[in-house]
Design a protein around this ligand. Structure first.
Ligand code: ADP
Length: 360
């Protein structure tokens, strides 16, 4: 049986706003789950319902098979790390980490042992006597995480824990959070709007949009098997390219290009005759060398961005724009024509009306 279960969970705020719609998810013990989506899509609301900080309007939340809707936050054995560190400024690092245990009246020797162990995991051993103001942003965030993990609860909830850090600190802390998860094996639900954080940390990702789950899957599944245009465009950096066109005579035309859809869709192309279709391909799944079983696309180079090992090429083909990611040794001149090849196996097709993937 799943450790945490959300069944048809809805959140309607008192002002009538329906923030989360029919949320269904089963989480196994020890899993690292990431909720990802743009700001306002309902990630924090869902997390707060799990924490017991927000009522569940309808549906059920189960912990270990037991209904938890009415349980208070403490009873749920869940610890939460917030976006703002919320450390006590007048207390040392030691006291901040120990706070929860002190409140519970845990024996001092045990507190000392557990704080030291937690500090060692987080690399805070040398800072235990300091006040929060004498720490860097990354160190403060570690104290906040320490305060949560010392409680040895079953579930950790993290709401954008890295958003107050600079880019470099975020990468370091991301690695540390992954390590802490490996060491503690604790079930973790992590909220972020950053697809890179989601991809690097998650066992499974829940992609949300406007209060609805779009897809649940491993990073690999979301990258290679996106179910709709939103997920395809959200996961991956730079995002997937989309070319929209009307199917005429089994082909779509854009710029100088006419792509024979029957090569990809076979007889299914007939069903789309006269309708709009969206063709997707990832910037990194193209080749500048001619290939068999590929669409040849003629384009114009508008701009190149040399990023070290690779280069992003911004191209146009008629009205359509796309980004190609190539080895930086292959960086072309700007303002020249460029022909590239997209292997058929790397082409995705979406229904322009429903925006859902067309399964072939
Ligand atoms: P996210 O975490 O994905 O950024 P939230 O869960 O915080 O999104 O918010 C989801 C939606 O619910 C947003 O449109 C937000 O404005 C709305 N919302 C959040 N809290 C309240 C509230 N207390 N009352 C009414 N609407 C709210």
């Amino acid at each position: 049986m799943a450790y945490l279960t959300l069944k048809n969970v809805n959140k309607i705020y008192p002002n009538g706003f329906h923030a989360v719609h029919n949320f269904n998810l089963e989480i196994e013990k020890g899993e690292f789950i990431v909720f990802v989506g743009s700001s306002g899509c309902g990630k924090s609301t869902t997390l707060r319902m799990i924490a017991g900080l927000e009522d569940i309007s309808s549906g059920e939340f189960l912990i270990d098979g037991k209904r938890a809707n009415e349980m208070g936050p403490r009873e749920r054995e869940i610890a939460m790390v917030f976006q703002s560190y919320a450390l006590y400024p007048q207390m040392t690092v030691f006291d901040n980490i120990a706070f929860g245990l002190t409140l519970q009246g845990v024996d001092e020797d045990i507190i000392e042992e557990r704080v030291k162990k937690t500090a060692a995991i987080l690399g805070l051993t040398d800072y235990l006597d300091r006040l929060p103001r004498a720490l860097s942003g990354g160190q403060r965030q570690r104290v906040a995480i320490g305060r949560a993990i010392i409680r040895k609860v079953g579930v950790f909830l993290m709401d954008e824990p890295l958003s107050n850090l600079d880019a470099k600190q975020r990468v370091t802390m991301r690695y540390e959070i992954a390590q802490i998860h490996q060491e503690t094996g604790a079930t973790t639900i992590y909220v972020t709007h950053d697809q890179t954080e989601a991809m690097t940390l998650a066992d499974r990702i829940v992609v949300m949009k406007a209060g609805y789950i779009q897809q649940v899957g491993t990073p690999y599944q979301l990258y290679y098997e996106p179910e709709n245009i939103f997920v395809a465009g959200f996961i991956g950096e730079p995002p997937m390219n989309f070319i929209r066109g009307k199917v005429q005579g089994g082909a779509i035309t854009f710029g100088e290009n006419k792509l024979d859809l029957t090569r990809k869709m076979g007889a299914q192309a007939k069903a789309y005759e006269g309708k709009e279709i969206v063709l997707g391909f990832r910037p990194e799944h193209i080749s500048l060398q001619p290939r068999e079983d590929a669409y040849q696309i003629d384009s114009q180079v508008e701009l190149t961005e040399m990023l070290g090992d690779n280069t992003n090429i911004y191209i146009t083909a008629g009205q359509d724009q796309a980004i190609l990611k190539v080895d930086s040794h292959d960086t072309p001149e700007t303002d020249i024509p460029l022909t590239f090849y997209v292997p058929l196996e790397n082409v995705y097709l979406f229904d322009a009306e429903t925006e859902n993937r067309i399964h072939l």
